[in-house]
Design a protein around this ligand. Structure first.
Ligand code: HEC
Length: 249
């Protein structure tokens, strides 16, 4: 019908062009729409590594003390570090700090001498067993023997090569020193001696103390107190021991 009608033919051609244009428009619109939304979502990506943050020890403009690192609230305890058992973890009595500290003197060799240790516990806060002594021997040979020597006379290999000589464990002062003192020396260091707290955990420190006591007894079998433990009835008595045989230094 339209074939013979040029007007109608033109019309239908126009309509076709329109339809095609409209089709192209939709495609273009979809293309730009998608491009736009993709660009938007790309902009939204925010990885964890990009978030605003402070580096440790950096300065901060935000906090009044200018420190980016915040202090822990008072009384914060790290998991596993509650350490309620004061005697076990510090070697100190509950009353520690209430008695005036005993003055230290420096002897001729430059070592730090303290005659009494009122703050340090006198009984082992754990049972002294054969296993504990064996462990103590092994640890002593790893950490202490190099300076203190195989029986604790202060003649270890490092000392023979020139390191300041530690005192012997076999004089009256250290024989009568409470077990807490030995623990304290390892935990906090003593004079020229470093702390061993980071290398030797608390239970091992007590094992070493027990082994040092065993060494002391080995050099002076008749004059030593037995090893007093908290869970035993034995109470340490002040030793009147004057035997200094092992203490030649
Ligand atoms: C690098 C050498 C060295 C090592 C290793 C070492 N000590 Fe000592 N120790 C010393 C010296 C030096 C002194 C004397 C420090 C002073 O009086 O200034 C000393 C002193 C001591 C004392 C005597 C404290 C007093 O009242 O006079 C004890 C106890 C002791 N050490 C225990 C240990 C134990 C336990 C270990 C192993 C965990 C150990 N030491 C490892 C060098 C060492």
């Amino acid at each position: 019908m339209s074939k013979n009608n040029p007007q109608a033919e033109v019309k239908s051609k126009k309509a076709k062009v329109k339809r095609q244009k409209a089709k192209g428009g939709v495609a273009r619109f979809t293309f730009y729409f998608l491009l736009f939304t993709f660009s938007l979502t790309a902009g939204c990506r925010y990885d964890m590594q990009d978030q605003p943050r402070y580096k440790a020890f950096k300065k901060s403009e935000f906090f009044s003390d200018d420190k980016a690192m915040r202090d822990l609230p008072e009384g914060t305890v790290a998991r596993g570090f509650l350490r309620e058992n004061k005697a076990f973890y510090t070697g100190k009595k509950e009353t520690a700090g209430t008695v005036a500290p005993v003055e230290a003197t420096i002897d001729a060799t430059g070592n730090t001498l303290v005659a009494s240790f009122p703050d340090d516990i006198e009984e082992f806060p754990l049972p002294v067993t054969k296993e504990l002594l064996d462990r103590g021997e092994e640890r002593y040979k790893v950490f202490c023997i190099v300076c203190h020597g195989p029986v604790g006379k202060g003649d270890g290999m490092i000392v023979r090569r020139g390191f300041p000589q530690p005192p012997t464990y076999h004089d009256d002062r250290l024989r009568n020193a409470p077990v807490g003192h030995f623990y304290d020396v390892m935990t906090n260091g003593w004079g020229k001696m470093n702390s061993y707290a980071s290398q030797v955990p608390p239970a091992d420190r007590w094992a070493i103390v027990a082994y040092i006591r065993a060494l002391q007894i080995s050099q002076n079998p008749s004059g030593m107190n037995p090893m007093p433990m908290t869970n035993q009835t034995a109470t340490p008595s002040a030793s009147s021991n004057t035997n200094t045989q092992g203490g030649a230094r």
